[in-house]
Design a binder for this molecule. Structure first.
Ligand SMILES: C[S@@+](CC[C@H](N)C(=O)[O-])C[C@H]1O[C@@H](n2cnc3c(N)ncnc32)[C@H](O)[C@@H]1O
Length: 477
């Protein structure tokens, strides 16, 4: 039917954006991380389940997961590139628009998705979640981004290494500058012979790799070999005799052994911390063990299993009631005696000198677990590190008071930041003459590159673990 001359042309029927559950789910997860300070690893699974109920298949679920984690990891580099493609400061671009642009940049620059598909799918996403007007803006920016590959962009937007090494590495490896500086300082302290440009770049690169999923076969509850039978393609751990590294794919939460608490998901670095504390020599009584900061219970579950095998009992204490409930769930079925209590570790619910071994795995910035918490690097601020200091010192002092003379305390953090590791221990030891270091290195047999001791710092690029720190301390008087 033709339109009569002079008559107004009817508006074109509005075309609905195509349904794309993977990108919509990824966008929703990024919004939750941004708006609600949610953790991607907590917010994504329920969003995926919801989308799966509405028909999203496994391939799309895998794509959504890769888009969320990849975008969060690369955000520093992508922001620098997006900034070069828009004509106003990024802080003036609406956060949801920035999230769509970052999702698009990730697809264009770091995945095998063909350029035309990445642009058109992201523009469709923009139409669905931002509206047609802003989708045009997204389209224009993505077309500019697609004109070069990642390497050329980085060459253009990162300052030369020679001018400002930390700024350069921050853009190239997508870490905030202050985090680059802190990691580099710590690397210099623990690996003085190999803390040059190559080493820091290896570390930053390792932070941006998806970590392997590692399980722990809790001793006395299941043998590693038996667990391996449930897991085709899994390989044994590098350092922990109880570790099993999972092959790609598969959800460990579906394993019977995990559901029954006989096994759990646990990074090898965390396993090593518990194993080293349990292996530290203690003279005399060795039946009362404490985990003073136990939530959510990963190390407590391993310690409780080890304690059970040696006729000892574990008290797992946690200040937050909801996290204490997670500890109780993690310890359920432990073959030996244990108790889970809700208590503030700085105001102990136990008599001084009650324990033979104590772990104090203090709250920290988490800069050692950036591989699994990609958003943490953008959320944390330098002042957070200082903010944890008084609590970390108070918890260590209380843990030292909690053990008897001859007893051993393990002070652990999942941060390599020097202000949260050795500086805390040195400060606390300066104030008391009743504590000595125990060399932790021989208690991590076979683990290389542990530095001069007596405390140890693990590294993702050297050990394939989170960057856990451990100091072992003995009460001497
Ligand atoms: C790094 S996490 C411990 C992780 C745990 N060891 C594991 O392996 O699953 C630190 C824990 O300390 C708890 N916490 C913070 N302040 C505390 C306090 N004053 N007393 C006891 N626990 C505290 C936090 O709620 C958090 O669960």
């Amino acid at each position: 039917m033709s339109t009569a001359p002079g008559a107004k042309r009817p508006p074109r029927p509005h075309r609905r954006p195509k349904k794309d559950p993977a990108r919509i789910t990824a966008f929703r997860a990024l919004r939750a991380v941004d708006e609600r300070d949610a953790y991607a690893n907590l917010v994504l699974p329920p969003l995926l389940r919801e989308a799966e109920k509405q028909g999203m298949d496994r391939r799309d679920a895998a794509l959504a997961t890769e888009l969320v984690y990849g975008t969060l990891r690369g955000q520093g580099s992508y922001d620098a590139i997006i900034a070069a493609c828009v004509d106003r400061p990024l802080r003036e671009v609406d956060p949801p628009v920035l999230d769509v642009l970052a999702l698009g940049a990730h697809q264009l620059l770091a995945t095998r998705i063909p350029t035309h598909a990445a642009v058109s799918a992201t523009v469709e996403l923009a139409r669905a979640v931002l509206g047609d007007g802003r989708a045009k803006f997204v389209n224009a920016v993505l077309r500019k981004i697609s004109s070069q590959d990642l390497e050329s962009w980085i060459g253009q937007v990162a300052p030369p290494y020679e001018d400002d090494a930390e700024d350069h590495l921050a853009v190239v490896h997508s870490h905030p500058r202050w985090v680059v500086a802190a990691l580099w300082d710590a690397l210099g302290r623990w690996q003085p012979g190999s803390a040059g440009r190559a080493a820091i770049e290896e570390l930053l690169r390792a932070d941006n790799e998806r970590p392997e999923v590692t399980l722990v076969a809790r001793p006395g509850r299941i043998a590693v070999e038996e667990l391996a039978e449930e897991l085709t393609g899994s390989t044994e751990g590098r350092w922990s005799p109880y570790a099993l590294r999972l092959a790609e794919g598969g959800d460990p939460a579906e394993l019977t052994a995990v559901q029954q608490n006989r096994a759990g998901v646990q990074d090898e670095g965390s396993q090593l911390v518990a194993l080293a504390l349990a292996a530290a020599p203690v003279e005399g009584r060795d039946t009362r063990w404490l985990d003073a900061c136990a939530g959510p219970g990963g190390k407590a579950a391993l310690l409780a299993a080890l304690a059970a095998g040696r006729g000892a009992a574990l008290v797992a204490s946690e200040r937050q009631p909801h996290r204490a409930r997670l500890v109780a769930r993690a310890l359920a079925g432990n073959p030996g005696p244990y108790a889970v209590i809700t208590a503030d570790g700085t105001r102990p619910a136990w008599e001084p000198g009650s324990f033979d071994r104590a772990l104090v795995d203090v709250p920290c910035s988490g800069l050692g677990a950036l591989r699994r918490r990609p958003e943490a690097r953008w959320r944390r601020r330098p002042e957070d590190v200082a903010g944890f200091g008084p609590l970390q010192r108070a918890l260590l002092r209380s843990a030292l008071d909690a053990v008897r003379v001859g007893g051993v305390v393990g002070y652990a953090t999942c941060s390599p930041h020097l202000a949260e590791t050795r500086a805390v221990v040195d400060d606390v030891l300066r104030g008391r003459a009743d504590v000595e270091f125990v060399d932790a290195r021989p208690l991590l047999p076979g683990v290389p590159s542990l530095g001069d001791g007596p405390d140890v710092q693990l590294w993702p690029h050297l050990h394939g673990t989170d960057a856990m720190y451990l100091a072992l301390l003995r009460r001497t008087a």
